[in-house]
Design a protein around this ligand. Structure first.
Ligand SMILES: *Cc1c(COP(=O)(O)O)cnc(C)c1O
Length: 381
């Protein structure tokens, strides 16, 4: 209790509510944003943009990083710059956030839905291989919840056939496989810096690439196709997908604390696993060699759980949770009549727990206890 805290009313027992996510803006975020305002550099020119790009390049080991205004346009830009378009097919896991799928459709290409693996919930290379046709232009693996897809297997399949790979790395900043950061295996890696992502800029995104010519095309295309050396000379079709200097200012401050943020999130994930070890829940199990970044601690409830009821009971105890994503192949606009049993099972049973860096150990224990109470109410714990 500090002097600033309001006095607790006599008899009050209500605990503060625990959200799923709350960004930690406790470093230089405020100072850097004020710098933008004081200097009047508030649009997409300004010193924080190159600093932000350099920080992302350093964190991932990618030679080229380009800041963008969100993670969805990052995916669209990546696909567009790999010449994905009408008549093409792009293979994507059905169990993903909808942006991975919508951006394929936005290019005029057709999303082809692949099954995921039961253990790590991520794109199954064997399922992927079966879906390849002469029209397959690209593969879009998604590193969900801070774990890494089996990139060596996926890249072997892609390279043997000259198929491009865009890695959706929105949820996996800080995650590596055998020491290599995800997003650097394929042609392009895409990031989101939305308010609930490991690093946030409010709304924000980026692409990383190994190839200099591809990086130049990405940079030119995100800036209206303007020549990189001649102003108002537009050589190719482009978009305005630029990040603002204000957003980059927040991001630069966030990257200063990336290691602390990641360390705290890993510690939270370990504590959750220990606290829930006795319950009939199943965690995502990444493949060997993955150093995950534990974006949102997510788990599968036992079969037969009424998920909506469980989440409502946890909410009544002031613990917020969220369901995992629905399968894209079951969405009205993508309905394919396919049956992907593993993806459908995960989508039906998964929930994500509060996983933000300022969460205390006591909060984690309270969330775990609340989950146990809600499972017990259904005779499952
Ligand atoms: C957050 C997210 C995106 C999209 O990012 P926005 O910045 O919200 O546009 C894309 N893919 C995945 C897997 C995400 O989690």
């Amino acid at each position: 209790m500090t002097q600033e805290s309001p006095p607790t009313p006599a008899g009050a027992t209500e605990l503060p509510s625990i959200p799923v996510y709350r960004p930690d803006l406790s470093g230089n975020e405020r100072a850097y944003v004020l710098d933008c305002i004081d200097s009047s550099w508030i649009s997409s020119l300004g010193a924080f943009i190159p600093r932000f790009e350099a920080a992302l390049a350093a964190a991932t080991g990618a030679p080229h990083a380009i800041a963008l205004c969100n993670g969805t346009v990052a995916l669209h830009l990546a696909l567009h710059c790999l010449d994905v378009g009408p008549g093409d097919e792009v293979i994507v896991p059905s169990f993903t956030y909808i942006a991975s799928v919508n951006t394929i459709a936005q290019t005029g290409a057709r999303p082809v839905f692949a099954e995921c693996r039961e253990a790590d919930w991520l794109l199954d290379p064997a399922a992927l291989e079966r879906l390849i046709t002469p029209r397959t232009k690209a593969i879009l693996p998604v590193h969900l919840y801070g774990a890494a897809c089996d990139m060596p297997a996926i890249m072997a399949i892609a390279r043997a056939r000259g198929i491009a790979v865009v890695e959706d790395t929105a949820e996996a900043l800080g995650c590596s496989l055998h020491g290599q950061h995800v997003g650097t295996f394929g042609d392009i890696g895409t990031f989101s810096f939305f308010g609930n992502k490991t690093v946030t800029t409010g709304e924000g995104g980026a692409v990383i690439a190994n190839d200099a010519a591809l990086a130049a095309r990405l940079r030119q295309t995100k800036g209206q196709g303007q020549s990189l050396t001649r102003r108002y000379w537009h050589e190719i079709l482009g978009f305005n997908y630029r990040m603002t200097n204000i957003a980059a200012a927040i991001g630069v401050a966030q990257f200063e604390r990336l290691e602390q943020i990641l360390a705290r999130k890993r510690a939270l994930a370990l504590r959750y696993r220990a606290a829930l070890a006795g319950l009939p829940v199943t965690f995502q199990r990444p493949i060997p060699g993955v150093a995950g970044s534990d974006w949102l601690v997510s788990l599968l409830l036992p079969r037969g759980t009424d998920r909506d009821r469980l989440m409502a009971e946890m909410a009544a105890l002031r613990v917020e949770t969220r369901p995992v994503f629905h399968c894209a192949h079951q969405m009205p606009m993508y309905e394919t009549g396919q049956h992907l049993p593993i993806s459908e099972d995960i989508a039906a049973r998964g929930i994500s727990l509060p996983s933000f860096p300022a969460l205390t150990d006591a909060d984690v224990d309270r969330v775990a206890g609340t989950l146990q109470t809600a499972l017990a109410a259904q005779g499952l714990a």
